[in-house]
Design a protein around this ligand. Structure first.
Ligand code: LIP
Length: 273
């Protein structure tokens, strides 16, 4: 009979969390000293940007991980990929919020997560401009600059401050604006920061009451924020209440808002699709 690997303890996860946090901080320094990016290319559409710094920072993270943990697997937004044998896989978003970075518009982060035996276990998100570092590990809690954080306690959707984001595809953005038409009158207000990792961390610390988005690029966008939000008492699911499955709709909130928020999003997206 096969036995499931036991869940690692916070003590066992501490070295992974420290490595992720140190790398996010180091890359934040690189980006703050780099100035405005020069080489800017387009990926999935003419508004989906990548810079030489996205690639440089991803290479730095990969090199550091290879040196520290040569048997781990990894997956990066800008193409880094490696199968591992250790049971640990790293998810790397070197610059989450690349458009903000290109415009020098505050709201971009280095996001690094690690899965252990297939389950997200640690995450670190460093806001490059605000120099705020969110961190979390399974069972170990979530922090902002080392101080514990917890989701807000709001239960009224009509007074909820809600984050969201929009696709790089113009066609999907059309459907998203139609869904937003159904959401906006039902909540306090909407904020669109441009980095999913930060949106999740801001729900985790109560700066946002909830967040939703569809057509997110990949697991690297939400891996670290997912751990931090979970450890701060928040929920992150797909529209059916199951695990988040980018690019399908994902939603995050504190437990008090969750069911009403999910029901609103299901109606709004049914009406828009
Ligand atoms: C970004 C996401 C954000 C989304 C942006 C963009 P990227 O990721 O974090 O939530 O709204 O359109 O996809 O491309 O900057 O790594």
């Amino acid at each position: 009979m096969t036995t499931r690997p036991s869940r690692p303890s916070p003590t066992e996860l501490a070295p992974l969390l420290q490595l992720a946090t140190n790398l996010a901080l180091e890359c934040g320094e690189v980006l703050r000293s780099a100035g405005r990016p020069r080489a800017i290319e387009q990926k999935s559409s003419d508004v989906d940007l990548v810079t030489e710094l996205d690639r440089q920072v991803e290479r730095l993270i990969v090199d550091r991980l290879r040196a520290a943990r040569p048997y781990d697997g990894l997956l990066g937004e800008e193409g880094a990929t490696r199968e591992g044998t250790s049971g640990v896989r790293w998810l790397i978003d070197p610059i989450d919020g690349t458009t903000n970075f290109v415009y020098a518009y505050p709201g971009f982060a280095v996001s690094i997560a690690a899965e252990v035996n297939g389950a997200l276990a640690v995450g670190a998100v460093h806001d490059v401009v605000l120099q705020e570092t969110f961190a979390g590990s399974l069972g170990g809690g979530a922090t902002l600059n080392g101080n514990p954080i917890h989701v807000g306690s709001g239960t009224e959707l009509s007074s909820a401050l809600v984050g969201t984001g929009f696709s790089y595809s113009a066609a999907i953005r059309g459907a998203q604006s139609e869904a937003l038409r159904h959401v906006l009158p039902r909540v306090r207000d909407i904020r669109r920061r441009g980095a999913a990792s930060l949106d999740l961390c801001w729900v985790a610390c109560g700066r946002l009451d909830a967040y939703f988005e569809r057509d997110i690029g990949g697991p690297w966008d939400i891996g670290a924020g997912s751990v931090i939000l979970h450890e701060a008492g928040g929920l992150l699911t797909d529209a059916h209440g199951g695990p988040p499955r980018p690019p399908h709709l994902i939603l995050a909130s504190n437990p008090g808002l969750y069911e009403e928020f999910r029901a609103l999003l299901v109606r709004a997206h049914a009406a828009s699709d």
